[in-house]
Design a protein around this ligand. Structure first.
Ligand SMILES: O=C(O)CNC(=O)[C@H](CS)NC(=O)CCC(=O)C(=O)O
Length: 269
């Protein structure tokens, strides 16, 4: 499977961001991509008043998703991107859409909200009220995760146990001390512990680190961008996944059930 990760600098204007997404989609299509992963929350980005995301949220049948969907019509590439949609409780959902040939083929609402490093995403975003998803892309199973979700190994494991060979991870990774290292370590850890590909896209505005990359099932970075808009490519083929899983059979060598019983305090085995 030919995979691309794309990044750009999102503005407060969803129409400009739509143009950027359409342009990256067209480039990915021309390059023969099966899968294109775009950043999280691409409707708009506000460096200061982040609550304004509520004002610009759009439903999945709104103009942004409809137009990006249209951009995939007649094509081959499955495009995964993040938007914010009204949630009904005054907050918004932080939602990924997977679009192919003019249709919405999957959606995933962010489960783990970024209430960390002084941010409080849950002040304006409502956590998912539905389970995570794996989507078939050209015969390869792709699990969807969003940004801060990458810090939760149990979500990646759940997706991999459901068959995912690639984790698609749109993000807007916030700058900060050691945060670029966190990003690279987390992506590589999820890849390596699950012997799966991780295709991660990071928005590259002033607040966020960019650094989109594709990590292989043994944790090697196969393609990466730095802080400029663009695309990076890798063949995320199932043969490499199978070979990695033969070399490093951690999934087969597991001993723990989902909920191992712990010894009670003072209890001997
Ligand atoms: O609003 C923005 O401009 C950018 N950020 C986002 O949209 C989201 C939710 S606030 N960012 C993250 O989840 C960052 C995670 C992260 O950085 C970490 O886990 O360290």
């Amino acid at each position: 499977m030919r995979t691309a990760v794309g990044q750009f600098t999102a503005s407060p204007d969803w129409k400009e961001n739509l143009l950027a997404c359409q342009d990256l989609t067209a480039q990915a299509e021309r390059g023969g991509a099966d899968l294109l992963v775009l950043p999280e929350g691409v409707l708009a980005r506000f460096t200061e008043d982040r609550h304004r995301i509520r004002e610009v949220a759009q439903p999945l049948d709104g103009p942004f998703v409809s137009a990006l969907c249209e951009a995939t019509a007649g094509g081959h590439t499955t495009v995964v991107a993040g938007i914010h949609e009204p949630s009904g409780d005054g907050r918004v959902f932080n939602t990924l859409v997977a679009l192919r040939d003019g249709r919405l083929v999957a959606r995933y609402r962010k489960i783990h909200l970024y209430d960390a490093f002084g941010d409080q995403e849950s002040a304006h975003v409502r956590p998912a009220d539905e389970p995570p998803v794996v989507v078939d892309v050209a015969g390869t199973q792709v699990g969807l995760m969003t940004c801060y979700d990458v810090r939760f190994p149990e979500l990646a494991r759940l997706l991999v146990d459901a068959g995912a060979e690639v984790l698609a991870l749109p993000a807007a990774w916030v700058r900060g001390p050691a945060k670029e290292r966190h990003w690279e370590v987390m992506l590589a850890a999820r890849a390596l512990e699950n012997t799966c590909w991780v295709a991660a896209s990071g928005e590259c505005g002033p607040r966020n680190i960019g650094n989109s990359m594709i990590v292989d099932p043994l944790g090697t970075v196969r393609a990466r961008l730095s802080h400029s808009p663009g695309l990076a490519w890798a063949e995320t083929d199932p043969e490499t996944t199978l070979a990695a899983r033969r070399t490093l059979p951690v999934l087969a060598n597991r001993r723990f059930a989902v909920s191992p019983r712990l010894l009670a305090p003072g209890e001997l085995p």
